[in-house]
Design a protein around this ligand. Sequence first.
Ligand code: ROI
Length: 166
Amino acid sequence: MKTAAEIEAYIGLGSNLEQPEAQITSARKEIAALPQVAEGAFSSLYRSAPMGPQDQPDYINAVMKISTDLSPMALLQALQRIENRHGRVRARRWGERTLDLDILCYGDQQIEQPDLIIPHVGIAERAFVLYPLAEIAGPDLVIPGQGTLSQLLTACPLNGLSRLPA
Ligand code: ROI
């Protein structure tokens, strides 16, 4: 049963190492199992060319909608624990990773703290975020401070993004 305090949030998932599809699928289950988190929707899986150094494998990306009464910081910490359990190591900037979990949106809030910026930085330029997000949120979702998803999609080419068959 939902409480009035619950916020709808969107999480971006990405992986390009160690069986990316399995990384994303198990991360989904771990997020859904977090206390004070309920899954609302999950996009298709998408394959995307790397943004950043090109000498790394393609990524698998997806977006998950949750409702939660965790604070943004508590949610971030819970997601970081999941990343760490998946053996996440940061070798180089914008390099390959076993699992990346980003809070894309948290209700209609705009947050700018040293270690947490919401909406996620670069969301408007990232086809691998915008298209899966549109699949589950619809084109009218407002990205706080940036406009509707349909406006952002118009300015963001697919960049080789492809939806994997279910
Ligand atoms: N590129 C793609 N295609 N997908 C990602 O999830 C992704 N994540 C990142 C960087 C390294 C910026 N590039 C990415 O963090």
